[in-house]
Write a protein that binds this ligand. Sequence first.
Ligand SMILES: C[S@@+](CC[C@H](N)C(=O)[O-])C[C@H]1O[C@@H](n2cnc3c(N)ncnc32)[C@H](O)[C@@H]1O
Length: 278
Amino acid sequence: MNGGHFHGAVIYTEIVTRLRDAGCVFAEDEAQLLISAARTAAELAAMVDQRAAGLPLEHVIGWAEFCGLRIEVDTGVFVPRKRTEFLARQGVALAWSGAVVVDLCCGSGALGTVLAAALERIELHAADIDPSAVKCARRNMAAAGGHVYEGDLYEALPIALQGRIDVLVANTPYVPTDVMGLLPPEARIHEARVALDGGKDGLDIQRRLAAAAPLWLAPGGHLLVEASERQAPQTVEIFASVGLIPRVARSDELDATVVIGTRPALQMTLENFTGHLL
Ligand SMILES: C[S@@+](CC[C@H](N)C(=O)[O-])C[C@H]1O[C@@H](n2cnc3c(N)ncnc32)[C@H](O)[C@@H]1O
């Protein structure tokens, strides 16, 4: 046996044991990722320490895999979840080459980046209230020519987008405040509260998002949000109450629920309706 390989195998086994003892369920896979991410032995040792102390793997290695893409995720920025790939796919299905796409509450910008990669030449805009997320999303969206703004929901967007958005994807924070304490420590400790806490019933941001959506969506444009299966009927009501046509898409495989609200393509006012009758 080659000495280098023997040495490598010992290190791998030590890392797996250390990660397993720290409670990592996928210790073997994680050990391999850490070994391939580290450039030096010292860096590897530091990364193993960070992971064993509970830092999310994606923050340790600096990226997450999302819909087959490598998305950079800085420390403190929300780690894109496997479940949210369903929202990304729903967005891709509703958009087209040349569409105006907005990713609000963009975090790392994972959703917008996937839409841009799947569809040729979209006009991509994104925004987040957290400056660290904005910095991270700017890097991820640079190749797609995405514009990333910092601010509170629509306030961050250029006014020129009003009435022009074809597809608006938003993975808003939707954890009810009193459930925050039950989240796994990786989320509770290492992700910003603003990325998770959705207020009393978890739907505060979705209400604000929906209220202004008819102003920002193009006729026939779509707003897509992720919700828990339990919250979905309420999100449907919220969307309907502002005049969006709601529907729910569900993936049992990913345990993912997406609520889609479509701005009617033709809005007949009472005036032109009666004019029609005369
Ligand atoms: C659940 S994370 C989703 C991040 C990303 N879209 C994803 O799926 O990986 C929610 C994001 O919303 C942002 N956020 C929370 N409140 C916001 C607000 N009022 N305006 C804009 N962004 C907000 C947070 O900073 C966080 O990055």
